[in-house]
Design a protein around this ligand. Structure first.
Ligand code: ARG
Length: 459
């Protein structure tokens, strides 16, 4: 079968090897729903403009709906000779309708078609990823109740730093994924522009109405420069950038939980449905889901690089290189969707090992910063207090005790202003109680934030 794109200008059929090399149907078939939606809108617009008759529009719309049904039922055979999803569907319409089908491509090019399909796909995919991200946030918010009152050591440089409520940890992830959702929503706004009607690159001399197709397809605006549209993949790159950051966030979380679930930490028990075994070491219960989450983020970041390098040297307007945008973008979206699918139940199903955590809280001088702030409250300059608490930590370390294990005399030797009330802020539990600034891990602050997230996410 000869491709509809080969006009009378050719003197020979395409070489089989070229057909194989240039096809994109093996991956762009995924755009069939978007392609049919935009073809339907395009035909209806052509009807509204008097370019097609009402009967022609009705035949095309019905034909496209029937083709969609065939594809959904798995009855449609995509042909690589027809190169891509656009020509496969158009040819199927021509096979059904003859000359009426040959009118669908009026005032249109595959260049604006592929851009439009991709914009619709980005929009749909953002909507579904947003739902998954919100579910992941809900899983973290639900944990706040389950883990109410649990105090965890928090780390900088992976060294014990200060004590925080477990809920504070979970809400930190909610914030990150919220920014991801906002970034995706912002990307969606820019992607949601009608590129249909730009035709190949210069527009058309036929009396089309681009506002009409924009309305029909739910686009917010109409792209203003046909040459730009034909070459523009910014929206796709931006989308994959947003996904890369989701990947980075998931990867950091995965690493943290891998660490927490080691024998050495033992803070966290992963649900066994989400762990895998070793083929040789029977005792092993491995965190492969988390490791793969960490690993798969590399693919997404790689896809971003692919897209940037792909377009970086392209002159205006469409260049065939751009066909390579789809495998990278599809893979990035599928990878993140897949990671989120397992992350949601994993977050919900893991259990904090309360005893182990509680038993380890007094190690590492988690109350040192709070002690320093107590000294500031009784009038010591911050730098002096910082130095002095350092001395106390050294002394406590030598004695093999925590700060609360030092005698009042030992405090007073360094700063005579100190009285017995110094003990009120010592010990990890009391140190947590002392936090009160907005956004801190103080109990009231965290409770207010949990309420805010519950309202926001409807938990
Ligand atoms: N298969 C092509 C792609 O995915 C569709 C656009 C082709 N346009 C062209 N002028 N060859 O980019």
């Amino acid at each position: 079968m000869s491709s509809p794109s080969r006009s009378g200008a050719f003197s020979a059929e395409v070489d089989r090897r070229v057909e194989k090399f240039t096809e994109s149907i093996s991956f762009d078939y995924r755009l069939f729903a978007q392609d049919i939606a935009q073809s339907t809108a395009h035909a209806q617009m052509l009807g509204d403009q008097g370019i097609l008759s009402a009967a022609e529009v009705a035949a095309i719309v019905a034909g496209l709906a029937a083709i969609r049904g065939e594809i959904e039922r798995g009855e449609f055979v995509f042909k690589p000779q027809l190169e891509d999803v656009h020509m496969n569907i158009e040819q199927a319409l021509i096979d059904r309708l003859g000359d009426v089908g040959r009118k669908l491509h009026t005032a249109r090019s595959r260049n604006d078609q592929v851009a439009t399909d991709l914009r619709l796909w980005v929009r749909d995919t953002i909507d579904s990823l947003d739902r998954q991200l919100a579910e992941l946030q809900r899983a973290f918010v639900r944990r706040c109740e389950e883990d109410a009152g649990v105090i965890l050591p928090a780390y900088t440089h992976l060294r014990r730093a200060q004590p925080v409520l477990a809920a504070h940890y979970w809400l930190a992830y909610c914030e990150k994924f919220q920014r991801d959702r906002e970034r995706l929503a912002d990307c969606r706004r820019r992607a949601n522009q009608n590129s249909l009607g730009c035709a190949a690159l210069a527009g058309t001399s036929l009396p089309i109405d681009r506002e009409n197709t924009a309305r029909r397809l739910g686009f917010d605006s109409v792209a203003a420069n046909s040459l730009d549209v034909s070459s523009d993949r910014d929206f796709l790159i931006e989308f994959v950038f947003c996904l890369s950051l989701v990947g980075v966030h998931l990867s950091g979380w995965a690493e943290e939980w891998i660490l927490w679930s080691t024998t050495e930490f033992d803070f966290l028990k992963l649900p066994h449905e989400f762990c895998t075994g070793s083929s040789i070491m029977p005792q092993k219960i491995n965190p492969d889901v988390l490791e793969l989450t960490r690993g798969k983020s590399a693919r997404v970041i790689g896809a971003l690089q692919t897209l940037l390098v792909l377009v970086k040297g392209l002159p205006l307007a469409y260049n065939r290189d751009m066909q390579e945008d789809k495998p990278a973008a599809f893979d990035a979206a599928e990878t993140i969707g897949g990671c989120l699918e397992v992350a949601i139940p994993l977050v919900a199903g893991a259990k904090l090992n309360r005893e182990v955590i509680a038993g380890s809280l007094e190690d590492g001088f988690l109350d040192a910063t709070t002690l320093m702030e107590q000294l500031i409250k009784i009038g010591l300059p911050q730098r002096t207090a910082h130095h002095l608490v350092g001395d106390l930590v050294r002394l406590a370390r030598e004695k093999g005790v925590g700060l609360a294990g030092l005698d009042l005399e030992e405090f007073r030797k360094l700063a005579p202003q100190i009285d017995r009330s110094v003990y009120d802020g010592l010990g990890t539990n009391r140190a947590v109680e002392a936090f009160c600034s907005y956004g801190s891990t103080g109990r009231e602050q965290v409770e207010a934030q949990v309420r805010r997230w519950r309202e926001r996410l409807g938990v």
